[in-house]
Design a protein around this ligand. Structure first.
Ligand SMILES: *Cc1c(COP(=O)(O)O)cnc(C)c1O
Length: 370
């Protein structure tokens, strides 16, 4: 009798290339400028840090409903707490949504340069990812609609998107929802919503309230500066919240995360400071980097996508090497379909100036890597 069959993962899983996070460390003790993961240069609210430090009952299981956090979110956004589900980062919720609504034979659409976790979550559940082309590095509603088939169960849209930083105005998102089949779940990933300063932008709260097939996810990893604690949330129709609550981990948020997240939301002044810092330096970086002769995709978020003219021998990989030699870490984005670009997070004033200085020297050198 032969008995050498091995455990096999479900189809699709071995097609996944593991997500590679932005670099965050270098050899040696000298300081590193970390602009590869869209973290805030201002750090978390002092109120969130204080709440984290007070959460010391570590022998006790956390509140499995994360009630204090859901109530704080509900107050801040005028929502019913019953329509809020929290997760260990919004990654947790994106994964649960895919697990609940996708399976073999289903298709799910993401955009050409969309956040890589969508594709991973689709494949992990045996479904087929379908990439919709973008125009000018921006999601294209007609291109998404053109890829809808009888099997399409879900559309993932990051708004604004990472790594492009571009966004769709509310009217376009509504047009998309209106034209998608009602069986098709629209997932609006609004991880950077707090940074957007355009009047025609909406994260999706109204659309979620007005339809029974739209979900909006949010995170505490970006403007709130709590990426290490892994806190995300979504608002969704009752039936979808019910589904997520059946399959999520019963204690998927830690007690320190619940406490710190709730406190962060109460600190409107800290959020305003982070927004104002970003507004100022996003404009500064865009202008100065374009002044070096590099193209920058117009960003609504807290990072810029910088395009290097490969045909002139100015390669993104060499720029990355020159920056890394100065202990500055940006994000390579070839896996997002941008072999000739780097993504830079808005940093502190000093970090932004230093990075610009290295880019300037790189351009002046004609692109030689140091
Ligand atoms: C950073 C980011 C998130 C947030 O992920 P968390 O799991 O909440 O840390 C989600 N979506 C996009 C597009 C992001 O860039």
């Amino acid at each position: 009798m032969t008995n050498n069959a091995k455990p096999e993962p479900r189809p699709g899983i071995l097609d996944i290339s593991p997500y590679v996070p932005g670099k965050s460390a270098l050899e040696g003790a000298a300081p590193v400028i970390r602009l590869a993961s869209n973290e805030t240069p201002l750090g978390p609210s002092p109120k969130a840090l204080a709440a984290f430090a007070r959460a010391r009952a570590l022998a006790r299981y956390p509140d499995g409903q994360a009630s204090a956090l859901r109530e704080a979110i509900a107050r801040r956004y005028g929502l019913n707490p019953a329509r809020i589900v929290c997760g260990a980062g919004s990654d947790d919720l994106l994964s649960l949504l895919a697990q609940a609504y996708l399976g073999p034979g289903d298709e799910a659409i993401h955009t050409e340069h969309g956040f890589l976790m969508y594709r991973i979550n689709i494949l992990a559940n045996g479904a087929t990812p379908v990439a919709a082309p973008e125009s000018d590095n921006r999601a294209d509603v007609d291109a998404i609609l053109a890829r809808v088939s009888a099997r399409t169960k879900m559309v993932f849209l990051a708004n604004p998107n990472n790594p492009t930083g571009t966004y769709l105005p509310a009217g376009e998102v509504r047009r998309l929802r209106g034209a998608l089949p009602s069986r098709c779940l629209l997932v609006l990933d609004a991880a950077y919503a707090e940074y957007v300063r355009h009047d025609d932008y909406e994260p999706g709260l109204e659309l979620v309230a007005a339809t029974d097939n739209t979900v909006m996810t949010r995170t505490f990893s970006k403007i709130h500066g709590l990426a290490a604690l892994r806190i995300g949330w979504c608002t969704a129709p009752d039936a979808i919240c019910d589904v997520l609550n059946r399959i999520r981990g019963p204690f998927n948020l830690t007690a320190p995360a619940i406490a710190a997240g709730a406190a962060a939301l109460e600190d409107a002044a800290h959020m305003q400071k982070a927004f104002a810092h970003n507004e100022q330096w996003l404009a500064w970086l865009t202008e100065k980097i374009e002044g070096l002769g590099l193209a920058v995709t117009p960003s609504a978020a807290n990072f810029v996508l910088i395009h290097f003219p490969d045909h002139k021998g100015l390669r993104a990989a060499d720029a990355d090497a020159a920056l890394t030699a100065e202990r500055i870490l940006l994000r390579r984005v070839e896996k997002y379909g941008f072999p000739d670009a780097l993504r830079m997070t808005v940093g502190t004033a000093e970090e932004n100036r230093q990075t610009l200085g290295v880019l300037k020297a790189f351009m002046a050198s004609g692109g030689a890597s140091s």
